[in-house]
Design a protein around this ligand. Structure first.
Ligand SMILES: [Zn+2]
Length: 426
């Protein structure tokens, strides 16, 4: 039921929620005027399901199917989806749900979740008389499974060729200060959880990460790199890559998810990486978080067979795991002091975004949008400032324990005279 609500809410992240989004975070700016999608229509006629969007301008699209799970993806130039929440999906529709949003600079996407294998009968933008100047139309009919798989395999290869490798933000070197990568969860087409008042998780995480960044930069002891600075999509592997490219010494992912009603779960929770989940809630959280690439219309990746690299990774992992645990405890200690902790605050599960074997990492659930009291906190600037300060203190404490920065703020940078626990990275 909750999943269903979440899905519907994803579909409906639109004009009604735009005001809230603007209050929490600025949308991606773009110099060129972008087309707006002003209405959507979903109809079923016999075997055919047709999804269309009324647009203020004509544009080029690319539509294709992907498998595991079965989806239709429509890539298009940046479009401002100024849409009211669509009505319920009609019965017998080949479309289970759909979502839309920014993928990156100048790129938007529509992702359709299919009820079964389908063939794209038509995908085009055509001019229409009256109303909006043009309409994007995608019509689907059922397809047999093997034809669908063949089309999906070809499209997955083409998607890999067409997707430009996103440039990793790299911070300039600054006197050997240790690098922390701040990772606001979700973004762009991936709204993350949507709270009862239409609050997008992606905006809450970004607002918090920006506050935390400002505090760390003001303190001047660490270098901060953000996986995203605005409202666009960043894949899980790209987030990990940003940490690698910046020789990060610490990685912190931030979230504010929804848990099924009735659990009464509230307060901050710190998750660490483990192939075995600490509990059912942690397992479900990791499963949901690991599915965001698929929801954003990325082709399923092939998992490689275990081999020698896994053994090497495992050795690196052991040290990383110890430091990740210390970091999680540091955060718990600081947040306990401000009374914001979940009753079972340290958990673990197999989160893809935490899988870099060399970088101590944690995923901080700031609170849960399924909890009324948490939602009130998550939207309060005063709470955000105080909690970001606690987390900033935990981050600096972690680096102090490792001898990577001096003991108190205001002192000279002691990095040069205190040997770090592992060889300094360039
Ligand atoms: Zn999340």
């Amino acid at each position: 039921m909750l999943k269903y609500f979440n899905k519907l809410a994803r579909i409906g992240s639109a004009a009604a929620l735009a005001l809230m989004a603007l209050q929490l975070a600025p949308m991606t700016g773009s110099a060129a005027p972008v087309a707006r999608a002003v209405a959507s229509h979903l109809t079923v006629e016999g075997r055919q399901t047709v999804l269309s969007f009324d647009l203020t301008d004509t544009l080029k699209i690319r539509a294709y199917v992907l498998a595991n799970p079965d989806r239709v993806v429509i890539d298009l130039p940046e479009v401002d989806f100024a849409l009211p929440p669509p009505r319920a999906v009609p019965k017998n529709s080949l479309i289970k749900s759909f979502r839309f949003g920014l993928m990156g600079q100048g790129r938007s996407r529509v992702v359709i979740d299919l009820a079964g294998p389908a063939q794209i009968q038509r995908a085009a933008v055509k001019s229409i008389a009256g109303g909006a100047p043009s309409r994007l139309i995608v019509s689907l009919v059922p397809s047999d499974a093997s034809a669908f798989q063949r089309a999906a395999a070809a499209a997955a290869e083409e998607q890999a060729r067409q997707t430009p490798p996103a440039p990793s933000p790299v911070a300039p070197p600054a006197n050997g200060k240790p690098v922390i990568v701040l990772d606001p969860g979700h973004g762009g087409i991936d709204s993350g959880a949507i709270g009862p008042k239409g609050l997008d998780e992606k905006n809450i995480t970004l607002a918090f990460a920006q506050k935390l960044r400002d505090l760390l930069v003001a303190s001047g002891k660490v270098r901060v790199v953000m996986t995203r600075q605005d409202d666009h999509y960043v894949s899980l592997s790209q987030r990990v890559h940003i940490a690698e490219a910046n020789h990060a010494r610490l990685f912190l992912s931030m979230h504010a998810d929804i848990l099924p009603a009735g659990e009464g779960v509230h307060g901050a929770t710190i998750y660490m990486l483990s192939t075995k989940a600490s509990d059912a809630q942690a397992a479900r959280m990791a499963r949901d978080e690991n599915s965001v690439d698929s929801q954003a219309g990325l082709a399923a990746t092939v998992t490689t067979a275990p081999g020698v690299n896994d053994i090497l990774d495992d050795l690196a992992n052991r040290e990383t795991r110890v430091f990740s645990h210390i970091f999680a405890q540091d955060i718990a200690t600081q947040l306990r002091a401000s009374g914001d902790l979940n009753k079972n605050p340290e958990r673990s599960a197999n989160f893809e975004v935490l899988r870099d074997p060399d970088v101590p990492a944690a995923l901080l659930e700031l609170g849960y949008l399924s909890s009324q009291s948490d939602t009130a906190k998550l939207t309060s600037p005063a709470w955000r400032a105080a909690t970001a300060q606690s987390v900033a203190t935990a981050i600096e404490r972690f680096f102090q324990q490792r001898g990577l920065i001096g003991p108190t703020s205001g002192e000279a940078d002691a990095t040069a005279s205190v040997p770090p626990l592992e060889a300094a990275k360039p």
